[in-house]
Every structure is written in C-alpha cells, then in structure tokens.
Design a protein around this ligand. Sequence first.
Ligand code: ATP
Length: 914
Amino acid sequence: MPPPEPARADDSRPTPAWHALEGDAVLQQLHTTARGLSAADATARLERHGENRLADTPPVPLWRRVARQFDNLLIWVLLAAAAITVAIGHGIDAVVIVAVVVLNVTIGLIQEGKAERALAAIRNLLAPRAHVWRDGHLVEIDAAHLVPGDIVQAAAGDSLAADVRWLQVHELQVDEAALTGESVPVDKRADPVPTEAMLGDRRSMGYAGTLVTRGQGRGVVVATAMATEMGRIGRLLQDVGDTTTPLVRQMAQLGRWITLVVLAAAALLFVFGWWVRGLPALDTFMAAVGLAVAAIPEGLPAIMTITLAIGVQRMAQRRAIVRRLPAVETLGCVTVICSDKTGTLTRNEMTVQQVVLADGLVDVEGVGYAPTGALLRGDVPLQPAELWREAPALLALAEGAALCNDAELLQGEGGANDWRLSGDPTEGALLTLAMKAGLDPVRLAEERPRVGVLPFESERRYMATAHRRGDGAGTRIDIWVKGAPERLLAMCSHELDAHGRPQPLRRAEWADQVERQARQGRRVLAIATGTLPSHRPFTHDAVAGDLVLVGLVGIIDPPREEAKAAVAQCRAAGIRVKMITGDHVVTARAIAHQLGLGSGAPALSGQAIEALDDAALREAVQTTDVFARAAPEHKLRLVRALQANGDIVAMTGDGVNDAPALKAADVGVAMGHKGTEAAKRAAAMVLADDHFATIAHAVEEGRTVYDNLRKVITFLLPINGGESISLLVAVLFGLALPIAPVQILWVNMVSSVALAMVLAFEPTEADVMRRPPRQPGEPILSRFVLWRIGLVSALFAVGIFGVYRWALDAGHPADVAQTLAVNTLVAMEIFYLFSVRYLKAPSFTWTGVRGTPRVLAAVAVACGLQALFTYAPFMQGWFGSAALPLPLLALSAGAGVAVLAVLELEKALLRATR
Ligand code: ATP
C-alpha cells in the first residue's frame, strides 16, 4: 500500500488532528519510525512534497513600482512645468521635460531593482538549517529539505522549520509569538491534547517559524512549506529588517526641505523678475523652473540607496551578512568590540593534551579528532588493553568522557586521519580521548544505555547523564558528570585513587592542578561519577553533593592567526577589543595574552561582575579587557555599562540567552555556524564564518560606505549649488540665462548621475583603519564638507558664468555660449570627481589620476553623452545646443583643470595648517 500523502495546501482532505493523536499513531500514519527516515525515502518524499519553503510574496507589479517613483515632489514639479510650457506654446521644452522625467523614473526603477536584488541575495544567505535523523545519524541539513515523516531534534535557540508533533521533550519551551502573538513562551509536552484545542493550546505541537527558548525536544515533521500553519496564514517571516538607514532618511528629509525652499525661492524669483525687473513673463517663468531644477539634488537619494546596497553586498562577500541596514552606518562608529572567545578568537578545534589523575599526569599525543596518539605517563606509553590494570582511574575517566557526551565522530573518506565531528567540539575532544584509551563509544553506549540526561547549559556549566549497568537484581544506575572544575569540585566529596577506589577529596590540591592547566591556556574540564539511588528521580539535586571526582582534562584550542592580526588592526583603528568567555579566568587570560589583548586591568570573573554595582562596573569596563566565567546575563550588563560610558558597542553571541545582549548592543553580531536561530534573529549582523577578523572587515567596510556616502553628497551638492548661483545672478542682474532649464535637467539627471554612480563603488581608502571611529552624532555635512560644497559651488558658478560671458563677448551666438557653459560644467564635474575621491589626500598621485577602471568608464560615458548633446542634430533640436569648435572644447577642459588645481591647492593648504 502506498503511504498516504500527508496534508498539502492544495489538498481538500482535512488534515489529521495530529495534536490529538498518540505519538506512535502519528508515526504510523506518516509511515516513519522514531529512528527517522532513510536518505532514499527522504529524497522520494522531497520529490513528492516539494521543498520546504514558504512561497515568496508575489512580486510587486510593474505599474505599482512605477507609481512609487511618482511619490516624489520633484517629479510633480517637473510635470506641472511641462503642462505650463505646453499651455504657453513651448511644445519642445515640454517634450524634453517629460522625456527627462521618464528617464529619471527608469533610472529609479533600475536602481531600486538592483538594491532589492542585492538585499534578497543576502536574505538567502541566512537560510535556516535543521537537525534531523537520517539513516540512523543525527545530521544537519538545509531546512528546505525537510519532509513529512522526518524526525527532527530541536534545542534552545533553534527555530522550527516545519510543523512537528513532539515525541519526546525535556523542559521544552517555545516562543510562538510569530504565529499566535502570544509573547510568553509555551511549555510543550509529548502527550496528545483534545482535538478541539486551539492553535495556542496545542502543547503537543511545534510550528514552523516559532523559536525554542528552553530545553530540548524530538518530534516528527507533519507538515512542510505552505502546508504549515505559517504557510496557511500566508505570513512570511520578516528576516531582513529596515531597508533604509538614519542617514539616508535624513538626506531624503533634507531633499524634501530643499525642494520646498527652492519652490518658494523660484516663486519669489518669478515675481521679482517679472514685476520688479519687468522681464517678459515667459522667460522669467522658464528661469524660475530652471532654478527649481538646478537647486534640487534629484539624483541624491537614489545614489545613496545604491551606495548602501553595494556596501552591504561587499560585506557579504567578506562573510559579514547585514540583517539590519542601519548597522552599516553604526559599524563605522563602533568604539568597542566585545567578542566571545571560543570559535571566534580561537579555532574551536579542541584537543585533550593532558589528563590529571589523583596519582599524576598523563600526556596525550596527537592533534585533531583522529584517535591516533599515545597516552604517556612520564615518557612511558600506556597500553590501552592494559589500562584496567595499569591505570583504572584513567579508564574510568575515558568511560565518563565517552558516556557523558552527545557528539559523534565519523571517519571520513580521506584516510586514517580524516575524522569528522558532529556536535560540540569540547565533547569531540573527549570522544577522541576515549578512543585513544581503547574504548569504542558506540559499543559502550549500547552496554550502558543512557536513561537520563541533564544537558549542558552555560549557566550551570556542567552536563550529567545516567546509565543503566547490569541486568536483573544487579542493575544499578551510574551517574556521569562533566563540566567546569570549580562547579564539579563543589559537587564532589571523594576522589578516585590510583587503584580506582574512592578517597576523601583533596580540594586544595585539585584547585591547584586546575590553575596549572589554565595557566597554559588550556580549557579545563572535570569528570566525576556517582550512583543514583533507585528511588530518586534524575535531577540537578540528585547529582549535587556526593560525587567522586575522577580527574581533569586539559584541552587546547589555539588562537586564530587572523584574529591576532585583526585585534591589532582594531587597536590601530581606535577600537578596543574585549574578550568575554565562559572559560576559566586563568585560561582566558593566557589566551588573551597570546592574542595581544588584556594588557590593562586583570581579568574580571562573572562573580566579580555580579558583586559590582552599575557605577563600579562602568568604571571597571574602561580598563578591563578580559571577562571570564561570564554568563549571558553578564553580557547585557557589560553592554549597558559600556554604552553608559558613551561607547558604541558591537557584541557577539551565539546562544538563545545572548539575544537580549545582542539586541541591546549597537551592533549585535551572531555566529553563522555556531549561532542559534534566536541569536541570529536578535542580531544586526551575522558572521558567515564565525571569525573575529570578519568583524574587523565589516567595520572597515562600514567606514568605507560612510566615506562613499559623504563623497556622493560632496560631489552632487556643489553641482546644484553652482547652477543655482549662476541662474540667480542672471535673473537678479537681468541677464540672459547661461544654461537653459532643459539643459540643467540634462546635466543633473544624466551626466551627473553617470559620474556620481562610480562613487558608490569607490574602494576603501588606505587609512580607513588608522583613523579613530567617527562620532555617532557627527553630521555628514560637517563644517569641512559644507565649506567644500560652498567653495566648489562658487568655482562652478564662476566657470559657468565666465565662459558664457566670454563667448558672448567674443561674438559667439547665444546657443554656442550656452552649449559651452554646459560642457564646461560637465568638464569641471569630471575633474572634480577625481578630486572628491580623496576628500583630503592629494589626487595627483598615480593611482588618483589613473583612477579605477570604473571611474575611467564613467568619464568615457559622460564624454560620449556630451558629444551627443553637442553634435547630434536631434539633441540640438531638443536642448537648443550647438556644435562647438575644438578650441572652445579645450577651453572647457581648461576650466576643469583649473578647478582641480585650485582644490589641490586648498588640500595642500589644509594639510599644511593642520
Ligand atoms: P566562549 O564564551 O569563549 O565562547 P564558551 O561559550 O565555549 O566560551 P561555555 O560553553 O559557556 O563557554 O563553557 C564554559 C565552561 O563550561 C567551559 O570552560 C567548560 O568548563 C564547561 N563546558 C563547556 N562545554 C561543556 C560541555 N559540553 N559539557 C560540560 N561542560 C562544558
């Protein structure tokens, strides 16, 4: 009989009330077992049900996207101007204005599309993963490949990728706010609930898009993709937040103000010219329209959006995925980066190097997860087969290491040394140790089946398991506990001696051994054992107090080389780096030292942080760089303390409990590999590779984006300024306009946009990471930028007016003089583009003059467009332009060179007087 098809969105059959069925019945109906599907079955089901994805929101229709472009005051001003020009019989001008509007809308559409595509690509990088049992192994897969019947495993911090019926839960709590709006996490159970239970009361179910906040659970997938509850209500998870940033909003606002002010000024100008000066109404009206067009920075918002999108794309290429756009700007202001240690600053490749037993040390040879390497006492190798006699305590420790462990090591195809880890690296290191001691973890787990587990939590810092040993009357339950030594020492009363017999615990000696291991930068774990009385439930209380300490293991996790360089780079950039770790204080300090960190005050432990009040903590964070034995709640206090001191804080995190600190930080940074979905959702940025160096790269890119935004503004505003001044002067003095309104439109919407686009792609300036961080409140139109805009506006106005008057005086006709003015303006823009690429540094370096290929291409495009404008008969008809003889072109170019020369002189003066 073919398996019945589970519910699909287009299925008219009612979905079984999975929540009301017993777990076994659900498994049966879905033709699966508690051990999961085979890979072949999963593939077949995937074909039948399709990928587990919610359908994308339908694309916005073209007309709507076009309509959106008209949500712009300027467009309406232009259309009104076109209507009036038609009314007064200037048909050609109207056509040109409308053509320019169409061109602008088209450019807007293309740019918007580009920016959106860039962001959508980034959204895809954040595709969720799921842990699922396939062929009897727990594997991590792309959540899109989940199928009904899959057995999934979820733990605190995971988001559920499909609807599941829970089969087994341990203190499981799920936040279902995304689905039900209920903000308090709900306890989950494996027992059925009444059929009529509402969505929010179905304790036996977990729904796609919701977040596990506590505990663990195993469940069977009952619905995927559009058949899930989330799919039914057609709600998409908002993955990437805001699509704009404070700065861009600010500039859009500024643009609106400029538009209003300019409109008022244009009206005044019209009244003044027509009434006071007695100029012809038509000419004055055209001058007023010209002024409006000249003064409004039409292209600015679109180019700013593109600059941001390109910055975000570049960050993604460097493996920093921005989830919230404003973070791009904030990154440039960051003054402190608080980083986790394990996996971010270090490699997270754990290897046990030494074992401490009551009667001495055992060195462990080998690196990585391959179980090859001898165990040495002194210089003498121990024989695994003889351990039960030669070193019973070591054998006991190896058993504990293998049993109290959720990781799995699988041999790859790359030879004897190719072993792959599935699970936590610390546990992987312990499994390798157990195998070096001659144990087979799989067989051991079968001989001593696990009957209870208290999973590792970073607050408790230990993990405990219970195992049945023996049969019938001889059955007893062993407890194995592993975790942070100071926790375990407090839970033990005895230690195992050289013969494997319990003796009273020598606390001070062990504490001393822990310190010695830690001083070498090793992560230290203690392993203890005990027996569970048959009547007692397996709880945290049951394992506290009466355990027998078996020994310690010292694990190395070497620092990442790139992290060392990145820490130095951050320091040069005026950014302090702080390390926050769950590890032992002494270990943390040793690693910090290797990374070039923590030369300041001594490391502070989580306990010490708790003892400080907020004021004292504010004081302490100024000098302390290493925080050890810290729990997630300490991270939140650290962020607040740093922020209270005026710092802009980037904070990394991976666990579900890190979410509040990630949210509170100015830039929350989640780990892409190690991080939970909860941390990723709370973060503004996700590191695709978990490396600290990636944060430094992101800061560098953040600073570059800001530089480029500033260059775009500094480039575009003086063009408007120069044009407005020329027009104002002309009308005020009753002179003819040096550039006609339609010609201004041409310059603003075509030539300038083509040139300004390259600034969005500008590469990073050499000194970006040698400057101090930008002040967060610093206006982008700083005094310097305003001065530069004013200066260049004046130069442009002089250039435009100068060549225009000169041409008239030299006897050239008016259309030639105007065409000369337009070409001169564009030439000045081109040379200014080279200047603006380096706001303060000289542009006359070889790289500066040569520019990037992109700059040269833009210049070629602008020149080509100008040639069309000047020499193509149809353009001459439209824009009233005229062919220029070569000497006049040379004059335009000369004006451009002059502008560049003046600006280089200004830069040199500024540098000299600094
Ligand atoms: P960092 O904060 O630098 O990233 P971390 O997050 O790995 O470090 P935790 O995972 O909180 O730090 O570990 C803190 C301590 O808990 C470790 O020093 C170790 O003693 C203990 N520990 C770590 N992993 C386990 C585990 N799987 N089982 C038991 N104890 C563990």
